[in-house]
Design a protein around this ligand. Structure first.
Ligand code: PLP
Length: 363
């Protein structure tokens, strides 16, 4: 009786049940994780410790530390991303929430390619919006016909995520152009979640924000610098929207933690390319290790591979894998379909090798 109606619109992440199941398995081979397996680089930690000791421990401005906002804007502009302003947010998670809060009216629709990162769906629902999914199976490419079929008079936002969680897809220039053309024609906002921007294995990432001015570009420090627990992200885009998000942040989060922002400022000059390079080898290892036994698309980015489960039932397959001590995530967590499974290669080589062995046995 105490709980508000909006809570009925969300439910615990489907991952939780699997985590509970996995907890019953002793020493599982864990290929479920959504965070890099490298630690925050030592110099970044040192910078945070230094800023605590120097007394940088009070509230910061709601939009974030000015120097960090400026530096991120330069970082993005150097990549060709069009943006007038930047806000620092509690991760991309907090950035997305603020962005939806300031742009969605009840009933507004947000178009999301399926499969998708699970948070998008529930944040939209929480705010009374309607997620509208369009299919990208079997190769996880954006097709113009499918995108256009999802557009309605209620559409406000197209949300894309490249490199993609859970598929590892990186959208081509042509795919991004399709999104830009439809958005321009229908006068829509585009939210581009670029959090895996440095995890690309073939060429440079194609930041969508280069193509279309009515874009919010989301990024952060969770993946590129392994700082998932520090909760530092940013959103860049048109000044009017960023201004509204800053005002909203005053009442929702107040501001982001001071020390993390200092560490982030330092991190921007600290190249984690060497740490990320190892992920290409891991990608090759797992792709080559299972491709003759599974229907699978080679991931071009992030650190996930998304094969079809034998028999086409990812939920059942995940339970079978757990019996063999392999912990992976059912595709149904990220999709209207349940045919696939998400395997993370953000793990050590021995775990990946063991995982491949188990997957081959189960195929
Ligand atoms: N966006 C995507 C696609 C993700 O995979 C994740 C984390 O797994 C997030 C956003 C959340 O990022 P943050 O830690 O910055 O809130």
């Amino acid at each position: 009786m105490w709980i508000a109606d909006r809570v009925a619109r969300i439910r615990p992440s489907g991952v939780r049940r699997i985590f509970d199941l996995a907890r019953t398995v002793k020493d599982p081979v864990d290929l479920s994780l959504g965070e890099p397996d490298f630690d925050v680089p030592e110099p970044v930690k040192e910078e945070a410790i230094r800023s605590i000791r120097s007394g940088f421990n009070k509230y910061t401005p709601s939009g974030g530390v000015a120097e960090l906002r400026q530096k991120i804007m330069e970082y993005l502009r150097a990549k060709g991303v069009v943006c007038e302003d930047v806000i620092i947010t509690p991760g991309v998670t907090g950035g997305l929430l603020l962005a939806f809060m300031v742009t969605l009216n009840p009933g507004d629709e947000v178009i999301i390619p399926d499969p998708y990162f699970v948070l998008y769906e529930y944040q939209v629902l929480l705010l009374g919006g309607k997620p509208v999914f369009f299919d990208t199976y079997p190769d996880f490419k954006l097709r113009e016909g499918n995108l256009r079929a999802a557009v309605s008079p209620k559409t406000k936002v197209i949300l894309i995520n490249s490199p993609n969680n859970p598929t590892g897809a990186v959208y081509s220039g042509a795919e991004l152009e399709i999104v830009a053309a439809v958005a321009r024609e229908k006068n829509l906002l585009v939210f581009s979640d670029d959090i895996y921007d440095r995890f690309v294995f073939n060429g440079a990432p194609g930041y969508f924000g280069r193509l279309y001015e009515n874009t919010l570009t989301f990024g952060g420090f969770s993946k590129d610098w392994g700082m998932t627990g520090w909760r530092i992200g940013f959103v860049a885009g048109p000044r009017e929207i960023i201004d509204s998000m800053v005002t909203m942040q005053q009442y929702v989060f107040s501001a982001v933690n001071s020390v993390g922002q200092k560490a982030a400022l330092f991190a921007l000059d600290y190249d984690t390319g060497g740490l990320i390079e190892g992920y290409r080898q891991k990608r090759d290892l797992i792709y080559e290790g299972i491709r003759d036994k599974y229907r699978v698309v080679k991931p071009e980015g992030a650190y996930y591979i998304f094969p079809e489960a034998p028999g086409g039932d990812g939920d059942a397959f995940v339970e079978r894998a757990l019996k063999s001590k392999l912990f992976i995530i059912p595709g149904s967590v990220f999709s209207l379909k349940k045919s696939h499974v998400r395997i993370s290669f953000a793990a050590g080589l021995p775990a990946i090798e063991k995982g491949i062995e188990i997957l081959r046995d189960l195929a």
